[in-house]
Write a protein that binds this ligand. Sequence first.
Ligand SMILES: [Zn+2]
Length: 237
Amino acid sequence: MIPADSVPVAGPVVFFTGAGISVGAGLPTYRGTGGLYQDASVEPPNAEDVTPERLPSLWARFQPRLRTRDELVPSAAHLAIADLERHSPKPVTIITQNVDGLHSDAGSTRVIELHGTLRTMRCLIHQHSLPITDAHWHDHVPHCPVCGGICRPNVVLFGESLPGSAFGDAQVAIREAETIVAVGTSAVVYPAAFLIDAQHTASATCIWINPEDAPPNGHWTWLQGSADTQVARLRSL
Ligand SMILES: [Zn+2]
């Protein structure tokens, strides 16, 4: 039976997700209540941290978010989105600002990771991209098994540009979407503020899922509440 409070979504669907969707998986948001950056004295990791001298502290900054697949499992919201994809006759694409890899773990197949992923690292010498395996958890700075160079997390830091293919793919998906669902993002910073601005979302039905932050304009229907409770209400048409 379909619950009375369910919300129909017509495809193609784009989910635009931020840190709020991973709260149910136990990861704190960056800017929301209790977030990592609530303390204004803490500088976000940025491009200038990618030096041999500063890489140990950069890796240390990400240590709270480096988990094995056994330690970190998708939230109910991640799983609900993957389930929606399985039951949708039209494509369901996820554009995420998160680097935790949880959408793919949940079973979603069309995932655009705007800010890269903490599941891989990249050596500074030859740019080899390598999985971060358990062997590296306790290294201060992991080394590349191919060339021996030191590695950085494969994520986009403040001051670095987004991977061009991810950004282009995201724009195409948003342009073709009939429904856009923003989950757990305040969408006030680039690239979110650009990708889901009024112009890019004008022709789509727009749903905003967030417990605290109101949508940027009246074009969005606000389902106020946690990602886990609100994504569960969505039903594909
Ligand atoms: Zn290498």
